[in-house]
Design a protein around this ligand. Structure first.
Ligand code: IMP
Ligand code: MG
Length: 197
């Protein structure tokens, strides 16, 4: 068995639940209303950053009542522990023509801000009519670039969290809540080597 593998139920590996299933459900309903109001009378083009935003986007778009188009962009950020550098690399481009569209980019979590600031730069070059961003979680104390999201589900403290789409080495995405992994299961050097989608 490889060191990060666990045979227990994924929920048993969680030390503390910081956002439970009910809170997520409630917040998604109100986020859907905020998005409906912001784009009233228009169609929104949702760009999901996968893999992390898969679960969030799937649930959120069902709380949005205005017309929408959906596409995905796949990004890989390799965290370099030595230099603390992160270079998000786009490994699967979107297919939609964004020119003149009202684009809403959705990610699981806003951490240092590198991923979303890089992606929004790329999408702006595609000449959308407008570009906004939405994240489920915002670790605001960790920001290293000047970037804020237009729609935020929850502000959370600086803890490494998993669940509801967020992973540790591609695991735990299926948890219905968001929680902090047990300290003994957190292995930052191992995580640093993983492509972070
Ligand atoms: P940023 O570029 O530092 O803002 O990082 C954004 C990406 O890092 C997210 O899309 C996540 O994939 C990953 N990430 C940041 N913090 C966490 C965490 O606490 N749990 C899981 N993934 C995280
Ligand atoms: Mg990830």
């Amino acid at each position: 068995m490889r060191p990060t593998e666990s045979t227990s139920s994924p929920l048993e590996d969680v030390e503390t639940i910081i956002v439970d299933e009910i809170a997520i459900k409630k917040r998604l309903a109100s986020l859907g209303q905020e998005i409906d109001a912001a784009y009233e009378g228009r169609e929104v083009t949702v760009i999901a950053i996968i893999n992390g935003a898969i679960i969030f986007v799937a649930d959120l778009i069902r709380q949005i009542n205005i017309p929408l188009q959906l596409d995905c962009i796949r990004v890989s950020s390799y965290r370099d522990e030595a230099s603390h550098l992160q270079t998000p690399e786009i490994i699967d481009r979107i297919r939609l023509d964004l020119e003149g569209s009202d684009v809403l980019v959705i990610d699981d979590i806003l951490d240092t801000g590198h991923t979303l600031s890089h992606i929004t730069e790329i999408l702006l070059a595609m000449k959308p009519a407008s570009l906004k961003t939405c994240v489920l979680l915002d670790k605001h104390t960790r920001r290293s670039v000047d970037f804020e999201a237009d729609f935020v589900g929850f502000k959370i403290p600086d803890e490494f969290v998993v669940g509801y789409g967020l992973d540790f080495a591609e695991r735990y995405r299926q948890l219905p809540c968001i929680g902090v992994l047990k300290a003994e299961l957190q292995n930052p050097p191992e995580w640093a080597k993983q492509p972070d989608a």
